[in-house]
Write a protein that binds this ligand. Structure first.
Ligand SMILES: [Zn+2]
Length: 316
C-alpha cells in the first residue's frame, strides 16, 4: 500500500469505528400507547447498549413518581437487544401530561412523554353484614401472611414468557357485570363505621358453579383458599403480569401447572368476603391494578410492532 491508500484506509477505519461507537452508545425507547387512560397497561420497549439493570417509572409533571417501578425482560431470543417492560397507569393517578423515565442502574437513559386522559369511575356503597365486616376489620395473622405471600408473587422478578396469545379472553361467558374496574367503594360496616376502597378488578355476577377459564396461557402460581378473597387462583403470563380469580367455589388446578388460554381452571362461587355469587377477575402489571378490558383489546407483546418501532428509531 502506498501512503495515500494507507491514509484512505486509516480514515475509513476511523469513520467505521466512530459510527460503530455512536450507534452502540445510543439508547432508543418507545411506549405503547402514547395516550393512556387511568388503568391503561403500558408496554415500554428499549434498545440500550450494555443494559444491566433496566427499570421504568411513570413520573408526574411535578417530578413525583406515580405507582410502581417496573423491570424489563427480553422480548425474544432472536432480538436480544430489545428489552420490554409492562406496567399500568394507576387508577388513582392525576390525569395530564406525564413521562416515563427509563434507567440503567441509576442512570437515566430515556425519557418518553405520556399523556394520561381523565376517566370517571363508578361510586358505590356496599353494606357488609357482621361476618363480612369481621373479615375486613379484625386483625388476623393468617390474613397478613396471605397478603405477604401474594405480594411476593406479584412483585417477583419473572423471566419467562408463558403466553404468546394475541390477546386475553374473558374468564366467563357472562357479560353481566356487578362491579367495574376502579370503582370507588365505601364499605358500610355492621358496626356503623365505614371505610373506603378502590375495586381492583371486574366482578361478573354469575351463578355458583359457572366454569371459569384461564384468560391467557400461563403458569399457576397460586391456587388456594384465602380469608379475604376466598378460593383464589393466580396465573403468571409474562414477567410481572398476572391474572387473578377470586371467590371460587372450586379450584381445579394446582400450583406449578401450566394452563392454556381458555382452559377451565375452576368454578365460580361466593367464598371469602363476598356479598353474593360472583367472579372477581383482576390483572396486575408490575404490581399495579391494570384495567382488565385493555388486555382483551390489545396484544401487549406485539413483537412485529415493537421491533419495527425500535428499529425505526435506531435508524433515525
Ligand atoms: Zn371484585
Amino acid at each position: 500500500m502506498n501512503r495515500v491508500t494507507r491514509l484512505i484506509v486509516s480514515v475509513l477505519i476511523f469513520c467505521f469505528v466512530i459510527s460503530g461507537i455512536s450507534a452502540q452508545q445510543r439508547s432508543v425507547a418507545a411506549v405503547f400507547p402514547e395516550n393512556a387512560q387511568l388503568g391503561t397497561p403500558l408496554t415500554i420497549a428499549v434498545s440500550a447498549p450494555s443494559p444491566d439493570n433496566l427499570t421504568a417509572s411513570l413520573v408526574a409533571i411535578n417530578g413525583e413518581r406515580i405507582g410502581a417501578v417496573s423491570r424489563f425482560f427480553t422480548l425474544s431470543p432472536e432480538n436480544p437487544s430489545i428489552q420490554v417492560s409492562i406496567t399500568a397507569v394507576p387508577s388513582t393517578a392525576v390525569p395530564g401530561a406525564a413521562r416515563i423515565v427509563v434507567k440503567n442502574n441509576s442512570q437515566e437513559i430515556a425519557r418518553l412523554p405520556l399523556n394520561i386522559e381523565a376517566r370517571s369511575f363508578v361510586s358505590e356503597e356496599i353494606p357488609l353484614n357482621e361476618s363480612n365486616t369481621a373479615i375486613r376489620t379484625e386483625p388476623d395473622p393468617q390474613k397478613d401472611r396471605e397478603s405477604q405471600i401474594l405480594w411476593q408473587i406479584l412483585s417477583a422478578a419473572g423471566k419467562e414468557m408463558y403466553s404468546t396469545d394475541a390477546a386475553f379472553i374473558l374468564p366467563v361467558e357472562s357479560t353481566r357485570r356487578t362491579s367495574f374496574y376502579g370503582d370507588r367503594r365505601v364499605y358500610l360496616y355492621s358496626t356503623g363505621r365505614r371505610d373506603t376502597s378502590i375495586h381492583a378488578g371486574v366482578d361478573f355476577g354469575v351463578p355458583i358453579g359457572t366454569p371459569v377459564k384461564a384468560s391467557a396461557s400461563g403458569k399457576v402460581v397460586l391456587a388456594s383458599p384465602r380469608i379475604v378473597t376466598g378460593n383464589s387462583i393466580v396465573i403468571e403470563h409474562f414477567p410481572g403480569v398476572y391474572s387473578l380469580y377470586y371467590h371460587l367455589d372450586e379450584i381445579h388446578v394446582t400450583e406449578g401447572v401450566m394452563v392454556t388460554i381458555g382452559d377451565m381452571i375452576g368454578l365460580s362461587g361466593s367464598t371469602g368476603l363476598s356479598t353474593g355469587p360472583h367472579l372477581h377477575w383482576e390483572i396486575r402489571a408490575a404490581t399495579e391494578n391494570a384495567d382488565p378490558d385493555a388486555f382483551l383489546a390489545r396484544n401487549l407483546l406485539d413483537k412485529d410492532a415493537i421491533i419495527s418501532k425500535i428499529n425505526g428509531l435506531s435508524a433515525e
